[in-house]
Design a protein around this ligand. Structure first.
Ligand code: NMX
Ligand code: MLT
Length: 449
């Protein structure tokens, strides 16, 4: 057993105990109850993106369509309330949240200090990552840069080295995933800060401040103010996990199920996050809102009529209203609510014209989308609210917003694949059928076993 200097258990030791205790539950389910039916598949679902099919397992978070996300059984307010806070802040550190996400236990301050110390060692990024990023065209999308950085880190993967060592075994494989995962999440905010400075601040780089937690250090490295430290903490935690069927988490899980290491897997996950129906929507929301301001509000205050017209213009042009709708949620996303409350409680921000416009869209868009009649969920998702906060604090390069999402999402994806390996989850390989088969089963009223 590895211990820290004081002889206490490390996070990895604690996780080892948790995984070993959990394994018999999976063994029992597969050995004794493997043939129990938990869902059935319709033609709609086979053609329509596998919506609602219960065929993934995770204990890291669960998404209820009405209530929204729970991390390890806790709602967002409960999570923020329960975890130890950053010094002088009402928000927890990202390090405290990582401990919680990985183990399911609320850490003590001593536990958090242990993770903080561990990340200080892990967060040093090899210089070849900087070389790879500097070699890219400067106008590459920052998500391309983030994804490339993951692949650049791959050469030092502990999991890939273990697999190639000839000593690979399924029981201890997770320990090497854990090492890569912990290195990846400690480094990804530092890499994101580097990309920000490279693209938007003439490559003037600020060194890590080892006295700061993840969120505070990110604010420091991108030249942000003290208040932004909490925004980084809140933002990374809120975007961390959304059960495992969303595109970024599912892709990471799928790629890792081939025993591709965490760097390959998360690079792929980020490529999915970069899509406009997924994480890129936060950039699109800002783009939509600013264009609306420029087009309609040059000399006049926005009105509900103007917003309604702009929403219909978007819909009639065959486009989606970014930041609205969801594949699972059927109510306002609590991540939206949490950020909206932050805005309402922040002097200056609550009176900011862009926030007021976003708030007005919230009043109007659900009605317009309901009348439009297509979307199953006319309510806002996380992306409808996140950009305006960044904008207010001066982070106005909105093509960077999905990178912030990607830093947060790494926490959930890495916790998930560490447990995937710990519990020995199989290669993911669903079965496909042909259209002619669907037509035959349709004519027969269903597939005969
Ligand atoms: N504006 C206009 N039409 C919409 C919207 C919207 N916001 N949301 C869904 N629809 C349409 C959708 O395009 C589909 O049309 P069609 O039948 O012509 O293909 C129809 O409504 C039914 O879609 P749903 O079943 O309600 O939604 P689905 O599960 O397929 O997709 C989203 C979910 C999130 C992809 C979809 O709501 C959307 O495109 N929203 C806008 C983009 C967005 O905000 N994405 C971010 C999601 C959160 N995240 O961060 O990842
Ligand atoms: C997410 O956070 O991944 C998005 O809300 C999309 C989803 O859950 O499908």
């Amino acid at each position: 057993m590895t211990t820290d200097n004081a002889g206490a258990k490390t996070l990895k030791d604690i996780l080892k105990g948790k995984i070993e205790e959990f394994r018999p539950r999976i063994t029992r389910l597969t050995k004794e109850f493997g043939s129990v039916v938990i869902d059935q598949v319709t033609i709609d679902q086979a053609i329509g993106g596998a919506r609602d099919i219960r065929c993934l397992v995770t204990d890291i978070s669960y998404l209820d369509p009405q209530e929204g996300i729970r991390f390890r059984g806790k709602t967002i307010p409960e999570t923020f309330e329960a975890l130890p806070k950053a010094p002088g802040s009402k928000y927890p550190t990202v390090e405290a949240f990582w401990y919680f996400l990985l183990t399911g236990d609320v850490p003590t301050q001593a536990d958090v200090d242990m993770v903080l110390a561990d990340w200080k060692i892990r967060q040093e990024v090899p210089s070849y990552v900087w070389d790879a990023l500097r070699a890219l065209p400067r106008d590459s999308h920052p998500m391309v840069m983030l994804s490339v950085s993951m692949l650049a880190l791959q050469k030092d993967s502990k999991f890939a080295a273990f697999y190639g060592s000839g000593k690979f075994n399924k029981m201890s494989a997770w320990e090497y995933v854990y090492e890569d995962a912990a290195n990846l999440i400690a480094r990804i905010p530092v890499i994101a800060a580097f990309i920000y400075n490279l693209k938007y601040r003439k490559d003037v780089q600020t060194p890590i401040n080892p006295a700061l937690d993840c969120g505070a250090n990110f604010a420091h490295q991108i030249g942000q103010c003290k208040e932004y430290e909490d925004i980084a903490r809140m933002y990374f935690i809120l975007h961390s996990d959304h059960e495992s069927g969303n595109v970024s988490a599912h892709t990471t899980h799928l790629v890792h199920s081939a025993l591709s290491d965490p760097y390959y897997a998360y690079s792929a996950g980020l490529n999915g996050l970069a899509g406009p129906l997924h994480g890129l929507a936060n950039q699109e929301v800002l783009d939509w809102t600013i264009k609306f301001q420029q087009k309609y509000c040059a000399n006049v205050e926005p009105t509900k009529d103007l917003v309604t017209k702009a929403l219909w213009d978007t819909l009639n042009a065959g486009q989606v209203v970014p930041g609205y709708g969801h594949a699972v949620l059927r109510k306002t996303d609590p991540r939206y609510t949490s950020q909206r409350e932050f805005c309402l409680e922040t002097a200056g921000l609550k009176d900011d014209p862009l926030f007021k416009l976003v708030a007005m869209i919230y009043e109007v868009a659900p009605g317009v989308l309901t009348e439009h009649g297509k979307t199953k969920n006319p309510w806002p998702n996380v992306d409808a609210q996140s950009g305006v906060i960044q904008w207010y604090y001066g982070l106005r390069e909105w093509d960077f917003y999905t990178v912030l999402f990607g830093v947060g999402r790494a926490l959930g994806c890495m916790a998930n694949i560490t447990w995937d390996r710990g519990l020995g989850y199989a290669l993911e390989r669903p079965k496909s059928v042909t259209t002619a088969m669907l037509e035959k089963w349709a004519a027969e009223g269903g597939r005969k076993a």
